[in-house]
Design a protein around this ligand. Sequence first.
Ligand code: PEP
Ligand code: MN
Length: 258
Amino acid sequence: MLKKPIIIAGPCAAESETQIDIAIAEAQKRSVDFMRVNLWKPRTKPGFDGLGDSGLKLLTRVAKAGLSPGLEVVLPEHVSKVTEAVLPHLHPEGKLLVWIGARNQNHYIQKEIASLAAQDSRIYLMVKNQPWPNEEHWEGIVEHVLSSGISRDNVLICFRGFSPYGSNPLGLRNIPDFDMAMRVKEKTGIPMVFDPSHTGGSVPNVFEMGRQSAEYDFDGMIVEVHHDPPHALTDQKQQLTWEQFDKLLAIARPTVEA
Ligand code: PEP
Ligand code: MN
């Protein structure tokens, strides 16, 4: 069982050893439960789609530094690769977070990923909601994953909003339906973290999403943080600096902490 609030932070994508070393040093100064070290990045249009296997050594580096790495796994084989790179090097309290991204909507693959994640109690599995707004489908993803036999204590849901369609006055990247999120959290009984980065899509909107989400009973947050956002290889507009991340936590830190 994870203590709350659950804070997941770090770059959108792992880019280099230097970038990850800076992120390790910044994460060590803060209470970050999992550091993002994303190696496989499904993209809307072709572009930098992650370091892939060549970045596995960066996961080892993060684990050796005493931090718990977190990343998206797109295929079942990614779970095995990541497990091998991380588990032997984790510190005694260390954990590994793998997640199923919004675009990964093949339930055979979701179940296979979940059953591989179920093989070690130090592995936590996070499931992001699908891009289109549909409560039943969202519950279905969670049910598919749980049907693999993974312990409920090792599963987390992440809410990242729904693809915009029609009116979007703030220019959000994805539109939140916080009431639906709270219903899904209640019905599934699984802790839910909020992703202000992929809902907001720009620094001012990440803060706006942080403010709005603070009114709801989320169990934590996943935030994209980069030491040099303008030069990031992905999601330059929405990644916060570590100083901005501190400000976001001050306004949006989930109230469960109290
Ligand atoms: C991510 O978290 O890196 C990501 C790509 O988000 P999503 O799967 O929600 O689009
Ligand atoms: Mn991103």
